[in-house]
Design a protein around this ligand. Structure first.
Ligand code: ATP
Ligand code: MG
Length: 256
């Protein structure tokens, strides 16, 4: 049975997709079998894994609406070595169409049960909203990874996410927990980064991952080549940080 993790934060542009894609690639490098699920109509994880979102014959949209299944819709990321359940803008329609469906929060969970013995990790890249799509991610997952930038407004909004996770845990998915907060785009030269980072450790203790992901231009360049940063420039600081994060995740789930 795969361990299933959501990468979630309703704030936009905080590094969710970069984390999902590079954790997928990092885990693959250390021998784990990984499925990356793109749950965002922007399709950034799909493109970042080198898959053209405009030419998909099936995507997560069809899977959620029961018109296809994960086995038919998944594709291989050649540049990352892992499998991808891809998405494109069609998925935005699913939000509306799912409203009428039964069990609408658990469509993804049910869909993934078809393949969860084929993988060690299933990683879900969530959109920047606490929407029905994100809710599907939270219902399917064993845990949530929350990427955070260490800046003044980072903590604002975190309580909304934490409350949503608590509600889902209480009502829909008793399995769900926060696995950890991941500090991303970290700049050690900035006093503010260090202050916010220290605050996070104070509030959340060992829920804060030890690995910090630095701000690194190679990670930002990689998506335009359709290659995960971890493989685009393996010697870069960003790539190495995501490999370390993969190792930390493998360790952490041993205690789950
Ligand atoms: P959205 O909410 O729109 O889905 P997101 O949370 O998935 O965004 P990303 O797309 O991963 O965020 O990152 C936002 C931008 O920051 C991208 O241009 C990405 O390349 C860049 N970025 C992410 N992490 C880093 C990093 N560690 N160093 C430098 N740039 C980064
Ligand atoms: Mg994203």
């Amino acid at each position: 049975m795969a361990k299933i993790f959501c990468v979630a934060n309703q704030k936009g542009g905080v590094g969710k997709t970069t984390t999902a894609v590079n954790l997928a690639a990092g885990l693959t490098k250390i021998g784990q079998r990984v499925l990356l699920v793109d749950l965002d109509p922007q399709g950034n994880a799909t493109m970042g894994a080198g898959i053209n979102k405009t030419t998909l014959s099936a995507s997560i949209y069809e899977v959620l609406l029961g018109m296809s299944d994960v086995v038919s819709a998944r594709l291989k990321s050649e540049s990352g070595g892992f499998d991808v359940l891809p998405a494109n803008r069609e998925l935005a329609g699913a939000e509306v169409e799912m409203v009428q469906l039964e069990n609408r929060e658990k469509r993804l969970k049910d869909a993934l049960s078809l393949v969860d013995d084929e993988y060690d990790f299933i990683l879900i890249d969530c959109p920047p909203a606490l929407s029905i799509l994100t809710l599907n991610g939270l219902c399917a997952a064993n845990g949530v990874i929350i990427p955070m930038q260490c800046e003044y407004y980072a903590l604002e909004g975190l309580s909304d996410l934490v409350n949503t996770i608590k509600k889902v845990h209480a009502k829909l998915n008793p399995d769900l927990k926060i696995i950890g907060l991941l500090r991303v785009m970290f700049d050690p030269r900035m006093t503010l980064s260090q202050q916010v980072s220290a605050q996070l450790e104070q509030h959340f203790g060992d829920k804060v991952f030890k690995t910090m992901i630095p701000r690194n231009i190679r990670l930002a360049e990689a998506p335009s080549y359709g290659v995960p940063g971890v493989n685009f420039d393996p010697s870069s600081k960003g790539a190495q940080a995501y490999i370390s994060f993969g190792t930390e995740m493998v360790e952490r789930i041993k205690t789950m």
